[in-house]
Design a protein around this ligand. Sequence first.
Ligand SMILES: Cc1cc2nc3c(=O)[nH]c(=O)nc-3n(C[C@H](O)[C@H](O)[C@H](O)COP(=O)(O)O)c2cc1C
Length: 367
Amino acid sequence: MKGQTISKLFEGINLNNIKLNIRIAMAPMTRSRAIGYVPNDLMVKYYQQRASAGLIITEGIAPSPNGLGYARIAGIYSQEQIDGWKKITDVVHAEGGKIFAQLMHVGRVAHPVNMPAGAKVLAPSAVAATGEIWTDAEGMQPYATPAEMNGEELQAAIQEFVNTSKNSIEAGFDGIELHGANGYLLEQFLNPHTNTRTDAYGGSVENRIRFVVEVTKRVAEAIGKERVGIRLSPYNQFNGMSLYDEVFETYDKLTKEIGKLDIAYIHLVDYAARQYNADLIDIIRSNFSGTYILNAGYTLERANEVLEAGVADMVSFGSPFISNPDLPHRLQNNIALTQPDPSLFFTPGEQGYIDYAFAAETENANA
Ligand SMILES: Cc1cc2nc3c(=O)[nH]c(=O)nc-3n(C[C@H](O)[C@H](O)[C@H](O)COP(=O)(O)O)c2cc1C
């Protein structure tokens, strides 16, 4: 009989008025199973299997056709999509879990072949990402060069986040997470290499953070500040993003503004900040009085360290949840983790998605 791990990770936490059973979140992960941009029964099963997380944050969900740049990702702008997500929130709630929708507008990280007819690849500025993106119809293709959003398109994009945050509540989500990390639309506004605008949304740090602050404020007004979180990744270089002089100042000012909006949480992808300027991790915490979730590469031991030290309130795990649907149970009972197969991360179908075993099944299989 293996002993149970005593850890703050397994204590409950009050995320504003939402009571979470444990402090382990499932990090948002695109899995590309949404054929036709609509959630389906396979996805219902996947999320149901992982409902023992204290909080599930879904894969990135597009707030409009323009936000769908990858193959087989879902939106939440149509009634059919809302109804599909409702089945997912229902099963997670039936299992006692909580679930936030991650609203992800990919901006320039896109290819038109992956998008419905009429959708446009839009970004703060017409700067293409270097590299290639997968398309089902034409294999690997260079990233599209986005069109620079005009003033009307920019306001429309803000409105899309507002509309789909309301749709998310209609679909039964406990709240939404704005994807401000990993080089997608919101971060494209923050970074001066992808935002070369000369209007009120580009140039100075104050101008570059404006879009993110406005989206956060408008969404919080629409559905309630206690239902809104935001994900950030300072010093991120993923998706063709590059470093710039004022990273520290940008995130310091941004999180002070977000602090004033008093939203539920900040979810930090912290590994690049640890490498370039770890002080920023603590500065962000001091700028913000809500729940602070850290992510990227955490083990049980490192998660315990940051919770015990008061550096964070929760930790999210990504890839370990792919291959261990019962991750909290395994961590708590010192059961070995299964390694995921990255070649199946984004493939359609059940394999590498809903066929990872629960610990008891593994033990039976080995018996
Ligand atoms: C297959 C896969 C898909 C991902 N998709 C998203 C996504 O849609 N939104 C997001 O914010 N991060 C996404 N990420 C990043 C994860 O949320 C997380 O930051 C990363 O996996 C590091 O955490 P980990 O070491 O616990 O896996 C993805 C990661 C993986 C492995």
